[in-house]
Design a protein around this ligand. Structure first.
Ligand SMILES: [Zn+2]
Length: 95
């Protein structure tokens, strides 16, 4: 259900952007309305999804700190979010 709401939000944003590009003169206010509505729907879905997380993390803005390296793949860096402790792995520097 939440995924459906998120998809709807993205569709609204996409439709708004496309109509803004194609029909700027006649559609601009409607397009901007669509984009705003889509962004609001997407944000609302994100906020509803993870109630126990800090707001920036719920919206996908994590604050990662580099905490170490993967034990099996030494070139794999491990990052941990300072606020919600979400862990992310990434290969950087081509090593
Ligand atoms: Zn986080």
């Amino acid at each position: 259900m939440l995924q459906l709401i998120k998809t709807t939000g993205l569709l609204l944003i996409t439709a708004g952007v496309i109509s803004l590009i194609l029909y700027f003169d006649s559609m601009a206010p409607i397009s901007i309305g669509l984009i705003a509505a889509g962004a609001a729907v997407t944000a609302a879905a994100a906020l509803a999804a993870k109630r126990d997380l800090p707001v920036p993390c719920r919206l996908g803005f994590h604050r990662y700190d580099h905490t170490g390296y993967d034990e099996e793949m030494r070139s794999m860096r491990i990052y941990k979010c300072r606020r919600c402790t979400k862990v992310k792995k990434a290969v950087l520097g081509g090593g």
